[in-house]
Design a protein around this ligand. Structure first.
Ligand code: ATP
Ligand code: MG
Length: 695
């Protein structure tokens, strides 16, 4: 049975209710800070519209992730019942675009549109690589990297530029990209596939060229609602405009927070609210200021930080909550001790009755999950890397591990096959298969089989394996780990991706080197149980590999538990909330992230930090480390090796100094010892002997 009207309005404050019950044909912007109930208002607005007689099939709601969509559907089930919630069109921009293409793709020339599913980024790059190989004028693939070109093509696509709309480029390489873009589109169409950007781009093209189809949608739809509107980019906006007849016949209801705009690099623009209002006159503007998520100390801290941004619309968040949760900042000697302490605190929270799913650890970059995973594994605390893979399952980490395994045992066929394929060295799949067959026939390893090969590429590979063995002999485990990343040119291979993923891969590879550094250190200081060394006396490499395999297994096992602690990047945490939140790695350079690959946008980094802090419903623990084992550089044996990043770590994030120090009450924690006058530690650079005094 449909609930009474009043039920839908229970649990809404006056401003929220005002937004929910706006006339059903009104356009509205709900512009409000974190935790003020925007998503709740959006959900209740849908229920309200249905309650007022609107057909659920005429409502489209766009969320930022598929998970958010399914959560919203759950909420609505409770509010309006299963049968009704079933008919709603609820999903991400991409999932809605895919629906449009599957339905009408034949008009664009797709033969089996109902079976369309988008290629991921790797598949798209592979397609571009094929295009480049076949390119008439001839391209030297050693100089012109497919991923670079793909990056620029993606950028154009995000801006909604089709090949013929891109202007001739002054720079030769970019001009080549422009031509490749056209060829890529042609080849993609010939193979009857689409990439991710196409889901929206092609839908837009369809709507543009076939007004009748756009009209069909517009006639059916009455209301479009968008959550996290601040991160909508221009082509997504165009998509909404097509569906809504630019708001002439369909009501548009968007909710968002300019302070949480964190996808500037994807073309989203914080002015979007103003632009939207200009296009949808008359438009209601509702502001929500009461926050229901955070404790007052968290809110005070978050408000203080975000006030440092100059480009913001400006809001004032407050809460009625009187309860206080644990709130603190801690400094640790290194990233592993930080991870250990966080896991320890989580263990305590669990013992006190918290459920793992109420706990999240947030970090700026994915590579930071590694020490945290280790600390959780050691304590058998179930966890899951949300929206990503655990450290040892990441492709680039597996690649580097293959080289480590080959160094330990060249007759490890699985490792051989993986390593010879990345980075690509022009050895065809057929050739490699041939070796495998020969090896099987002779009962030998692939390594044995290729000894007789004369191909230069194979000789070079065998030479490389030898270099790795020499690196291990001369420079130990850490030296070998470095060689497995740099001498193999895995780093260059992944850096080719230039954009987001490439950078992340290299960070993970570096983290693997750090892992080797930590391992080596533990080995020397007796941190590793003697009986485990006894298996392989004097062979840290086998020990290291064994431990990696065991950790990887444990990670998979732990992630399958019904309830898990969530580890995730701040980007992934948007819109979510947890009673216990740990934000780690708050060092200058890490958060704000200073990247060698792209200009950093401090205001956007600050918005990210604001998102991170405001995920907390009760406890918020922030921390940073004085060193991060980058490149395993703390290993004294390696100290002489030059290291571009040796300055990293140790300086607390500028954002921490933006939090009024009185909020920290007793001061900050240094290690597990208490209390240091906070300004010193927060602003100071604590290194070497300075740091020594405190632990
Ligand atoms: P974000 O900006 O992070 O996406 P939001 O504005 O969408 O946040 P919600 O997630 O909708 O905020 O709400 C935050 C929390 O406050 C939720 O747990 C929600 O259930 C609760 N909440 C919202 N409004 C009220 C209310 N009027 N009374 C009690 N709790 C509320
Ligand atoms: Mg929300």
């Amino acid at each position: 049975a449909a609930p009474a009207e009043a039920d839908l309005l229970i649990g809404l404050n006056a401003a929220q209710e005002e937004a929910v019950v706006l006339p059903l044909d009104a356009h509205a912007v709900i512009l409000a800070g974190a935790g003020t109930g925007k998503t709740r208002v959006l959900t209740h607005r849908i229920a309200w519209a249905i309650e007022q007689g609107m057909d659920p099939a005429s409502i489209v709601a766009v969320t930022f992730t598929n998970k958010a969509a399914s959560e919203m559907r759950e909420r609505l089930r409770a509010l309006v019942g299963d049968a009704v919630a079933q008919n709603l069109r609820l999903g991400t921009f991409h999932s809605l675009g895919l629906k449009v293409l599957r339905r009408y793709g034949h008009i664009l020339g797709f033969r089996n549109p109902e079976r369309l599913s988008p290629m991921d980024q790797d598949e798209s790059v592979a397609l571009l690589r094929r295009v480049m190989k076949a390119y008439d004028a001839g391209i030297d693939l050693k100089i012109e990297k497919p991923r670079d070109h793909y990056g620029l093509i993606g950028h154009w696509k995000d801006k909604g530029l089709e090949p013929q709309q891109v202007r001739p480029q002054k720079e030769a390489s970019r001009e080549l990209t422009r031509h490749l873009y056209a060829a890529y589109e042609k080849e993609k169409f010939a193979s009857q596939t689409v990439d991710f950007a196409d889901l929206i781009l092609l839908s837009n093209r369809l709507f543009r060229t076939r007004e009748d189809i756009a009209k069909t949608f517009q006639k059916k739809l009455r209301m479009i609602l968008v959550d996290e509107f601040q991160d909508t980019n221009p082509i997504q906006l165009e998509f909404i405009h097509h569906l809504s007849n630019t708001g002439k016949s369909v009501s548009t209801f968007v909710v968002g927070d300019d302070d949480q705009s964190i996808y500037g690099w994807r073309g989203a623009d914080a002015d979007i609210f103003q632009t939207f209002m200009n296009h949808h006159q008359p438009c209601e503007l509702v502001r929500l200021e009461e926050n229901y998520r955070c404790t007052s100390v968290v809110l005070d801290a978050a408000n203080a930080v975000i006030q440092h941004n100059e480009t913001r619309i400006g809001k004032n968040l407050w809460t009625q909550r009187q309860d206080v949760g644990p709130f603190g900042l801690s400094v640790y000697a290194d990233g592993d001790r930080e991870a250990d302490a966080v896991a320890e605190q989580i263990g305590t929270a669990l013992q006190q009755g918290a459920s793992p799913k109420e706990i999240a650890i947030l970090y700026r970059v994915n590579a930071m999950s590694r020490p945290l995973e280790k600390a959780l594994i050691v304590r058998s605390i179930p966890y899951k890397v949300f929206g990503g893979l655990n450290f040892y399952q990441r492709r680039e980490v597996k690649d580097a591990m293959a080289y480590l395994r080959l160094t330990a045992d060249p007759r490890d066929d699985a490792a051989f096959m993986r390593a010879i394929a990345v980075p690509r060295r022009g050895i065809g799949a057929k050739t490699i298969e041939g070796w495998q067959t020969a090896a099987r026939a002779r009962g030998a390893s692939v390594f044995d089989v290729v000894q007789g090969e004369t191909k230069p590429a194979v000789a070079a590979f065998l030479h490389l394996l030898n270099d790795l063995r020499v690196a291990y002999r001369d420079a130990g485990l850490v030296g070998l780990a470095k060689a497995c990343v740099f001498t193999t040119k895995l780093d260059e291979f992944y850096i080719e991706t230039a954009k987001e993923r490439g950078e992340e891969c290299v960070e993970n590879l570096r983290e693997l080197i750090s892992t080797a550094g930590v391992f080596h250190h533990r080995l020397r200081t007796g941190g590793i149980a003697q009986e485990s060394i006894a298996h392989h006396p004097g062979d840290p490499l086998s020990e290291f590999i064994t431990e990696a395999v065991m950790d990887s297994d444990a990670a998979v096992h732990l992630s399958k538990k019904a309830e898990t602690v969530s580890l995730m990047t701040v980007h992934k945490a948007k819109g979510l909330e947890f009673p216990h939140v740990f934000v780690v790695g708050l060092e200058e350079g890490e958060f704000p992230k200073i990247s060698p690959f792209r200009e950093s946008n401090i205001e956007e980094e600050r918005r990210l930090f604001y998102v991170a802090m405001t995920r907390s419903k009760y406890q918020l623990q922030m921390s940073y480390a004085l060193s991060r084992w980058k490149f395993g550089r703390e290993d004294t044996e390696m100290a002489g090796i030059d290291d571009a990043h040796s300055g990293e770590g140790g300086v607390s994030s500028r954002f921490l100094s933006e939090i009024p120090s009185h909020l920290f009450g007793d001061g900050i924690m240094v290690g597990d010892k208490k209390s240091l006058p906070s300004p010193v530690a927060i602003n100071g650079r604590l290194r070497g002997s300075d740091a020594g005094d405190w632990w």
